[in-house]
Design a protein around this ligand. Structure first.
Ligand code: UDP
Length: 470
């Protein structure tokens, strides 16, 4: 089918985990609102999970298409076989593109997660642009882009011949001075998984240099220094439902991509005074030890503050209640609520929420920034250490735990440091970080408003696609 510049048709293909699907769906909505037809690609398994989470039966409409239609957007849904890390699906993707071309307006570009680099070859084979979409901070993009500068250090760190924590790294373009402990774990650690992921990232970033465009979920007022690469990173975030950026407390979540059913905590939150609740969540992926969960439980309890804690059933290998101290859930009935999963945006936008204990996943941090909620960083792995460094030391919109402990396999953050850090949030120091994050919240909202830097970057991108005559 002939390509028609009036009918731009983008295939949007996120890595199939929550932290990638959600922002790329928000981007799909932005594109669709500018008249682009979008086919949103997930795996069969994720698609079934999303369908189940939205309590639709198999006979009902696709949840993504149905919700998009309600918003008046042309977003179509497509699926590919399961199997991580999805590195052998070139044939299937090519077939899908041929099928889409037969049945609708021809696909004019592939917007793929940076970490799905094999899709590049398929787009090139079909002669359409390939756009690399990065879902972490732009600083991280620059770190991986310049990974060759870290090769020697990485070898020494992995072999244990260099200091694991305190060597200064001040030579990565567009990246503030970091200590070795602030680097992503895949660069620092030499185990087989880290080595494998590091190699995938190396390949991803080699190919990303060939991309027609690179898009990133960040905004210019936050990360302008890291964008000057080849190609430059066009920052189009924060990618959140616009209802949350326009009002303080919204119930409209737009196109839902949650992979689990979201517990509604609003009634519990409504009953709490403004600015009194600590929200605790570690995202969709990390695993924690029983010892760490016990320390968190006791730290929350000892703080004496109200708390809402998202404890995913799969965060530990045994059942959640086995991982909590005996009698904990009964003892904290008046003080806290423990839920398996919630609507994080609704929680963060609730006036009773004062602070967020977060693993520093990038979506969680952007959501906290856009809603003006100060953070206490609890990084476990991957980019979370670097994100925590940016949050605490560069942007000063939160802090790390007292005592310098580290979560994850290598350490333990203990209860007294957890309770004292929570109390700090309600002190003068907390007021300072609250002021800083409210400043950034305003910049984040300005970036996505009509005419703001991110909105203009999306316009530039769409106009650029049209200019290619595709
Ligand atoms: N999230 C949610 N409900 C929860 C906890 C988290 O919907 O109870 C969402 C959160 O809003 C965010 C995503 O899950 O958009 C987590 O992404 P992030 O990048 O923070 O962490 P990851 O899961 O990738 O580690």
């Amino acid at each position: 089918m002939a390509r028609n510049p009036e009918h731009l048709h983008a295939l949007v293909f996120p890595y199939p985990t929550q932290g990638h699907i959600t922002p790329m769906m928000q981007f799909a909505k932005k594109l669709a609102s500018k008249g682009v037809i979008v086919t949103f690609l997930t795996t069969h398994h994720r698609h079934q999970q999303i369908t189940k989470a939205h309590t639709l039966s198999a006979e009902q409409d696709d949840p993504i298409e149905q919700e998009a239609r309600k918003l008046g957007l042309d977003i179509r849904s497509a699926q590919i076989s399961d199997g991580l890390p999805l590195d052998n699906m070139g044939g299937e993707l090519e077939q899908l593109l041929h099928n889409l071309n037969k049945t609708g307006p021809a696909v004019s570009c592939v917007i793929a997660d940076t970490i799905l680099p094999w899709s590049f070859e398929i787009a090139k084979k079909l002669g359409i642009p390939w756009i690399s979409f990065w879902t972490q901070p732009t600083v991280l993009y620059s770190i991986y882009y310049h990974a060759h500068l870290l090769e020697d250090l990485r070898h020494s760190l992995c072999k244990g011949t260099a200091d694991e924590g305190s060597i200064s790294i001040d030579y990565i373009p567009g990246v503030p001075t970091l200590k070795t402990r602030d680097l992503p774990s895949f660069i620092r650690e030499g185990d087989a998984d880290s080595q494998y992921i590091f190699n995938v990232l190396r390949r991803s970033f080699q190919l990303s240099r060939e991309a027609d465009w690179v898009l990133g979920n960040s905004f210019d007022d936050l990360e302008s220094k890291s964008v000057h690469l080849k190609p430059p990173v066009l920052q189009v975030g924060p990618l959140l439902p616009s209802s949350f950026l326009n009002s303080e407390h919204s119930k409209d979540i737009g196109v839902g991509t949650s992979i689990w059913t979201q517990y509604d905590a609003s009634e519990w939150l409504d009953a709490k005074p403004n600015g009194s609740v600590i929200y605790v969540s570690f995202g969709s992926l990390i695993h924690a030890t029983k010892a760490q969960l016990e320390e968190i439980a006791m730290g929350l309890k000892d703080s004496g503050e109200f708390f809402l804690w998202v404890l995913r059933p799969d965060i530990v290998s045994s059942t959640v209640s086995d991982c909590l101290p005996d009698g904990f859930l009964d003892e904290i009935k008046r003080q806290g609520l423990v839920v398996p999963w919630c609507n994080q945006l609704q929680v963060l936008s609730h006036p009773s929420v004062a602070g967020f204990i977060t693993h520093c996943g990038w979506n969680s941090m952007l959501e906290s920034i856009a809603l003006g909620v100060p953070m206490i960083g609890f990084p476990f792995w991957a980019d979370q250490f670097t994100n925590c460094k940016l949050m605490a030391d560069e942007w000063k919109i939160g802090y790390r735990f007292n005592g310098g402990g580290q979560a994850g396999d290598k350490g333990l953050i203990v209860r007294k440091d957890i309770s004292s850090s929570i109390r700090k949030l309600f002190s003068e120091e907390g007021t300072e970080v609250k002021k800083n994050i409210e400043g950034l919240r305003d910049s984040a909202r300005a970036a996505v408003r009509e005419g703001g830097s991110s909105d203009k970057n999306i316009e530039r991108f769409v106009e650029g696609l049209k200019g290619r005559g595709i």
